[in-house]
Design a protein around this ligand. Sequence first.
Ligand code: PEP
Ligand code: MN
Length: 337
Amino acid sequence: MIIKIKPGASQGDIDYVIGRAHSLGLDTHISQDDGQTLISLLGDIQTLTPTVFRGLRGVAQILPLRSPFRLVSRDFQAERSVVVVGGVPIGGEQIAVIAGPCAVESQQQLLTTARTVKEAGARILRGGAFKPRTSPYSFRGMGEEGLKLLAAAREETGLPIVTEVMAPEHVPLVSRYADMLQIGARNMQNFELLDAAGKSQKPVLLKRGMMATLEELLFSAEYILSHGNHHVVLCERGIRTFEPYSRNTLDITAVPILQGLTHLPVIVDPSHATGKADLVAAVSRAAVAVGADGLIIEVHPEPERALSDGPQSLTPQRFAALMVEARRVAPAVGRTI
Ligand code: PEP
Ligand code: MN
């Protein structure tokens, strides 16, 4: 439930409404929407009747929420959010392209990639230092060494960095280096991790679990926002279906559905969605056309030698060609890249 406060109501009137909510055992979240104060009621509101707030001085309107989520919903905030990552906006008119290797492997590999993707128009650098791998014997990332290399690449190129954090106890460490924390598909419902990322106040890239519904994704985002961290970007990266020709099945419909339900920016990961470098450009064009607020794409100077996700990684040349194509599609949907 959201209470809209009358324009011009006094602080005393607002405090009275908040006091009433607290006396009912509810938490409140105050926000501004187009100059209007909104009080969101948080907690167990199942049995609450709006009448307890009706008639209070200062109350303009009581809105029952149409969706089960609160802070992430467009009922809570009608206008679209823009999440700023190290100075780069995600969610505005310009589509934000994030690119870089699946995993940080060496200074040489990372810097070569960072320089070339920047030249082609990427605005944020990606690279995993803590890698979630299906097999415990696969390369699991360079850990803090990798974070240091990412920070050095940012230093040289000016590109902000996004990197994955897998454990709640690693959030402070990763936050010291990264501009944005990535929570991967496998951890989308690691609730301790969501809590820790919410408390960190760093921008968060939250990827959809490979078997998660959109409602589950939104509830996971709600965890982060419920700690006061509203800087969340959602990522559709394909879900697991019966179809083996692609690594996952990109749920392209997720983009407009999510944008209708939430004010948070929504980006697409064509690399993990397809698992095949040959498919990445076509799916990127589709993502731009459907209205995605950004793309996150894996690029490696020598994909055949990559320590993870080589088959889906683009060479810098192929990435540059993709950017040219995506730039042609963007104006058709009123965007730029
Ligand atoms: C990644 O971005 O490298 C990654 C592991 O992605 P996901 O969590 O979507 O599988
Ligand atoms: Mn990867």
